[in-house]
Design a protein around this ligand. Structure first.
Ligand code: PLP
Length: 414
């Protein structure tokens, strides 16, 4: 697709982060020093800033086919996941005080392969007394819709399921889950209307959140199509800047802010808006929508070539997670008998950057809860590496990387 620079290092860790696209950077630059106003100021500098934010919001809303007021900018996808999960539950507990009803044991359904930024807020809510049901994935990395349906109770208020996993790239059936929840919500609303007395305590809807951080590059993410109420995305996974994220919030979704202050972002996320990053995020989303199909085919072809080459020379290399219904840029491979730490360091010295598990736990090389969830034991987890391609990956790099990976994985095993 795009030719890489003369840099001889081969970067194959696009799930950890992506470089800022040149076009994105160009749009961002004026907002650092020339157009530097604070969007809350009344004068023309402020007006210029708010116009840029409005323009960015409008752009993303159009692409996602939603309303301008349904897009919130946050400081990261981590924050967006926290806002979606804690903000929703907090809203119920706050309104419970006002209505004098008890909502201290709400049920949330999630999975055992969420990113830490969803998993940790869930654990905090669990400690606060809420019931969290973690659906198990099978050995291929997928939840079962029947299992989800079986676990839905009258006090279920939120379903939060990652769209595409950051470690093994497996794609959950978000659209099908959306359809199921829509059906259940219709029934729930009808029965609440029948029993007027139940209305006060009744939870009229199960809200549906997905973390689409890794999915946005490659998959359909329009909320209406997915039938989703809350959708998280991040700048730095889509060739935008780090430190900026976004949350789609469907109209009338009860959400409390988790950061209070000056009331920016419709009161949901206080703090002076990061105008250059917001502008950059919108440009990055625009480019995703323009190039998605082409990019998906491009990386899929290279990814498959790489995998073919790896298994040609390493008959015992195993893919973690399903080969099908997986992000087109992702490989998570186990080389039996070879420590991933040793391999990653050797690959880095040979100029190939890959990762072990997810980047967030990468520094400490903590055991991966995702690999554990698909049934790997601790030895197998320590033998696994993640390779993720991106739009700057070239055919030549893949050829070279395949040779280096094959040679090193054989050599280090001896
Ligand atoms: N969700 C997923 C699936 C991710 O892969 C990541 C980052 O690795 C995040 C959330 C957090 O994103 P951010 O770095 O913008 O906080």
């Amino acid at each position: 697709m795009m030719q890489n620079s003369k840099n001889s290092k081969i970067y194959l860790d696009y799930a950890a982060t992506t470089p800022v696209d040149k076009e994105v950077l160009r749009e961002m630059l004026p907002y650092f020093n020339k157009k530097f106003g604070n969007a809350s100021s009344i004068h023309s500098f402020g007006q210029e800033a708010i116009a840029a934010i409005d323009g960015a919001r409008e752009k993303i809303a159009k692409l996602l086919n939603c309303d301008f007021s349904e897009i919130i900018f946050t400081g990261s996808a981590t924050e967006a996941n926290n806002l979606a999960i804690k903000g929703l539950i907090q809203n119920f507990t706050i309104s419970a005080v006002a209505k004098n009803v008890k909502y201290n044991n709400l049920q949330i359904i999630s999975t055992n392969i969420e990113h830490e930024s969803a998993h940790e807020p869930l654990r905090e809510l669990e400690k606060a007394g809420h019931k969290i049901t973690y659906l198990k994935v099978n050995k291929d990395g997928f939840i079962s819709i029947a299992d989800l349906e079986k676990n839905i109770k009258d006090n279920t208020v939120l379903v939060s399921i990652i769209y595409a996993n950051n470690e093994i790239g497996t794609i959950q059936p978000i659209k099908e889950i959306g359809k199921l929840l829509e059906k259940i919500n219709k029934k729930r609303l009808a029965s609440l209307k029948r029993e007027r007395s139940g209305q006060e305590n009744g939870l009229s809807k199960i809200y549906f959140h997905t973390d689409a951080v890794q999915a946005l590059n490659y998959l359909e993410c329009r909320p209406d199509w997915l039938k989703i109420d809350l959708l998280t995305f991040s700048g730095h996974k889509i060739y935008g800047p780090k430190g900026i994220g976004g949350l789609y919030v469907r109209k009338n979704t009860p959400l409390s802010s988790i950061i209070s202050g000056g009331g920016q972002e419709f009161g949901w996320r206080s703090g002076t808006e990061n105008v250059p990053y917001i502008v950059g995020l919108a440009k990055a989303v625009e480019m995703v929508f323009k190039n998605r199909e082409k990019l998906s085919k491009y990386v899929l072809d290279l990814r498959n070539k790489l995998w073919k080459n790896i298994i040609k020379y390493n008959k015992d290399a195993k893919l973690n997670g399903s080969f099908n219904s997986r992000l087109p840029n992702n490989l998570n491979i186990r080389f039996a008998g070879l420590s991933s730490e040793t391999l990653i360091v050797a690959l880095d010295q040979a100029g190939v950057a890959v990762s072990a598990g997810s980047a967030c736990s990468g520094r400490a090389l903590a055991a991966s809860h995702v690999l554990k969830a698909i049934g790997l034991n601790s030895k197998q987890m320590k033998e696994s590496i993640r390779i993720t391609l991106g739009k700057n990956t070239t055919k030549n790099e893949i050829k070279k990387a395949a040779e280096i990976i094959s040679a090193l994985s054989k050599k280090l095993k001896l």
